[in-house]
Design a protein around this ligand. Structure first.
Ligand code: NDP
Ligand code: GDR
Length: 370
């Protein structure tokens, strides 16, 4: 039985990848951080009681900032494959916590690579590094491919640049099977609530249901190449099954503005949004409502720009060229943007129905921190 170790198993990608590998017959080990509240919601469905016999899913406490713990876990687990998905992954937050981000996202990768080397596992253990389209940053050329120069634009991207190159260096220096997947944005119903797509799908459902008045967003002009996380974890797996270790861009090749993502998400709730004004004064107004269950006033302002969400340095345009992955990995995404939005909206709608029922019955449990 193959053994995989996933850092960041409690995150969006960790949850989908763990499920994929379990379905392929792997024993999946994951590293989770200690937290004062439960943080395993995304993987609770995969949980196996460690008191049972023949379990194939095991969690270990740990952190990418602690070499001792990484060495101990890798020694104990003896993984065939490590997927390094753990990271402080929010670009805007990385401007607030740059040192921590460098430590977890940059040096964390070095710690894993060194642990493999120290333990004499360089010929046994393959490692996948979660690299990112944020490496391209300030546009040098489009579409962005494996040969496009990098120009990172945030502490997050700079930390990931270190992680990218240290992965390449360990491959070249020690012959390790170490690969970068340069993944463009990928989303899903499991996406963290503060990333823009999920913020929008949650906002669209709550506004339509009368649970929220307005949605405040930042740069509506930014363009992203959005795919579905389920398709992207498949690519991670394929990258480690190749004969030679190489780096791959994973993307859809289609780019969309944040503004158009807003339009699509609200349309899925039957609401047509018209944008008026410019820059920080731009507003999204209800132009039409065609929802059999929830009605909303025409002309109501439901989107506003709040400059607090602007980034000190922004990445304006990402559009990936996945030709290498398509030809060499035979990777093809199953979802398009419409399918992704539909699935995210359906999931958020389902989870807010309970809140709506409680509100209609007089129990207002809206989260005041949102
Ligand atoms: P998430 O933010 O959903 O998950 C990040 C995971 O990393 C969580 O499990 C988190 O734990 C864990 N983590 C954070 N800090 C540490 C630390 N110091 N030590 C150990 N674990 C830690 O990210 P995604 O699933 O979306 O992304 C997975 C990886 O892919 C990340 O490295 C991200 O930077 C990268 N990436 C993501 C893309 C995307 O569009 N989603 C695109 C390209 C790259 P906890 O749950 O406790 O917070
Ligand atoms: P990104 O994702 O920075 O691309 O990083 P995010 O969804 O945070 O932002 C995408 C774009 O939307 C603009 N934006 C807003 N973003 C957020 N979060 N909140 C807002 O209110 C808002 N309004 C507009 C942003 O300015 C940006 O241009 C994600 C993460 O998953 C990284 O870990 C990963 O490496 C990259 O994708 C690829």
């Amino acid at each position: 039985m193959k053994i995989a170790l996933i850092t960041g198993i409690t995150g969006q990608d960790g949850a989908y990848l763990a499920e994929l590998l379990l379905n392929k017959g792997y024993h999946v080990h994951g590293i989770k951080r200690r937290s004062s509240l439960f943080n395993t919601e995304r993987i609770d469905g995969l949980y196996q009681d460690p008191h049972e016999q023949n379990i194939r899913f095991t969690l270990h406490y740990g952190d990418l900032s602690d070499s001792t713990n990484l060495i101990r876990i890798i020694q104990q687990v003896q993984p065939d494959e490590i997927y390094n998905l753990g990271a402080m992954s929010h670009v805007k937050v990385s401007f607030d916590t740059p040192e921590y981000t460098a430590n977890a996202d940059g040096i964390g990768t070095l710690r894993l690579l060194e642990a493999i080397r120290i333990l004499g596992l360089t010929k046994k253990t393959k490692i996948y590094q979660a690299s990112t389209s944020e490496l391209y940053g300030l546009v040098q050329a489009v579409p962005q491919s494996e040969t496009t120069p990098f120009y990172p634009r945030s502490p997050y991207a700079v930390a990931k640049l270190y992680a990218y190159w240290i992965t390449v260096n360990y491959r070249e220096a020690y012959g390790m099977f170490a690969c970068n997947g340069i993944l463009f944005n990928h989303e899903s119903p499991l996406r963290g609530e503060t990333f823009v797509t999920r913020k929008i799908t949650r906002g669209a459902t709550k506004i339509a249901m009368g649970l929220q008045d307005k949605l405040f967003l930042g740069n509506l002009d930014a363009r992203r190449d959005w795919g579905h996380a389920k398709d992207y974890v498949e690519a991670m797996y394929l990258i480690l099954q190749q004969e030679k270790p190489e780096d791959f861009v994973i993307a859809t090749g289609v780019t969309t503005t944040v503004r158009d993502f807003v339009r699509l998400a609200f349309l899925e709730m039957g609401i047509t949004v018209k944008f008026t004004g410019e820059g920080a004064n731009e507003k999204g107004v209800v132009e039409a409502c065609n929802n059999p269950h929830y009605q909303i006033e025409i002309g109501k302002i439901i989107i506003e720009v709040d400059p607090k969400y602007f980034r000190p340095t922004e990445v304006e345009l990402l559009i990936g060229d996945p030709t290498k992955a398509q030809t060499q990995l035979n990777w093809k995404p199953k979802y398009d943007l419409n399918g992704l939005v539909k699935e995210m909206i359906a999931s958020d709608l389902q989870s807010f129905k309970k809140q709506k029922l409680l509100k209609d019955a007089g129990y207002d449990i809206l989260n005041q921190f949102e």
